[in-house]
Design a protein around this ligand. Structure first.
Ligand code: 5GP
Ligand code: MN
Length: 318
């Protein structure tokens, strides 16, 4: 049984590192900090390595213990959370050198790159997998741990709105509320707080929004220059792709963002409404994600990237 193997490996390890994907969101960071707190209860001290944490997550318990690198080169155990692909993992050099590796994730496109893989694509958030796992391990989900878990659930379900939400999600949320987790505060901080730079970027993407394929697709972009102009910080582009999915008649929303001022490299984000599996579309470009939310990295200038994406989308639009 994998869960028993997981706890056994944790108990056997003296040094443990917890890792997640680049441009980490609330589920990635919430999962890592929740795992750190859970391991602490078992008497294990673990390092969480995340290079860039968006400011909005500064309220999370244990935030101050997140490291950007470590002196330990060879950990006994590396745990990857919410990360479908080894290539996307920040600090994957620690994962590579670790004696034992565990992958816990909810992406259907997960590449199963660990020694032990615990992947449940039906779970709406990695944090929801963790809460079930921690209950099995008899870990006490207190207010701090619960706040990290709820942050992941709220971010990845868009505040309990997406179709992946199931009855467990609400039952867990109810339990967390009973433990004293401030649900409305977490909600406000992670979903209803917009930085000024994010708002300025929003103006730009709305201005540039194109409707393609009879209005079934929206396309918009942000360049490195835009990010500089608005003094964007880590994470300030988050959520921009969500906006145009809500427009009537739109099936797929496409948002591309120039990557770290590299001339012809764009990070693509896609969201869909009813039937387009954007994870499959992104897989064509070496990326992945979920059926209704996915991403990839594509080479080319804005026009070329747009054409590449549209060529694939045309095949799957009704
Ligand atoms: P976002 O558009 O918010 O960056 O990502 C949406 C979803 O797709 C997330 O679950 C994210 O982990 C996944 N995703 C985004 N970019 C990539 C990528 O380049 N490769 C893979 N495998 N997944 C991605
Ligand atoms: Mn997630």
């Amino acid at each position: 049984m994998t869960l028993d193997n997981i706890i056994e490996e944790i108990k056997n390890a003296k040094t443990i590192v917890i890792l997640t994907h680049e441009t980490p969101d609330g589920d990635a960071i919430g999962s890592c900090l929740a795992m750190k707190l859970a391991l602490k209860q078992i008497g294990k001290n673990a390092d969480v390595i995340i290079k860039e944490v968006p400011r909005i997550f500064d309220f999370l318990p244990q935030r101050e213990y997140i490291k950007t690198s470590s002196d330990i080169q060879e950990y006994d155990l590396a745990i990857s959370l919410d990360c479908a692909d080894f290539k996307r993992m920040v600090g994957n050099e620690y994962f590579e050198k670790a004696k034992q590796t565990i992958v816990i994730d909810h992406h259907s496109s997960n590449k199963m790159y660990g020694n032990i893989n615990f992947v449940n694509p039906v779970s709406p958030a990695c944090c929801q997998i963790l809460i079930g796992m921690f209950q099995y391990f008899n870990i006490n989900i207190d207010k701090e741990l619960g706040t990290c878990i709820l942050t992941g659930i709220i971010t990845d379900t868009g505040g309990f709105r997406y179709s992946g939400v199931n009855s467990d999600t609400f039952e867990f949320a109810a339990e967390l509320l009973e433990k004293g987790v401030n649900v409305s505060n977490v909600y406000k901080r992670v979903l209803d707080t917009r930085t000024k730079a994010n708002f300025e970027l929003m103006r730009k993407i709305i201005d540039r929004m194109e409707f393609l394929e009879d209005g079934k697709v929206t396309f918009t972009y942000i360049t490195g220059k835009d990010l500089e102009e608005v003094n964007a910080e880590i994470g300030d582009h988050e959520g921009l792709v969500e906006f145009s999915r809500d427009i009537e008649g739109v099936e797929v929303s496409v948002f591309i963002r120039q990557r770290d001022n590299e001339e012809d490299v764009y990070k693509v984000s896609m969201r869909s409404n009813d039937y387009v599996n954007v994870s499959d579309v992104c897989l064509m470009f070496g990326g992945g994600g979920h059926e209704r939310a996915a991403g990839a990295i594509i080479q080319g200038n804005i026009e070329q990237v747009k054409q590449k994406i549209m060529k694939e989308l045309k095949k799957v639009l009704k």
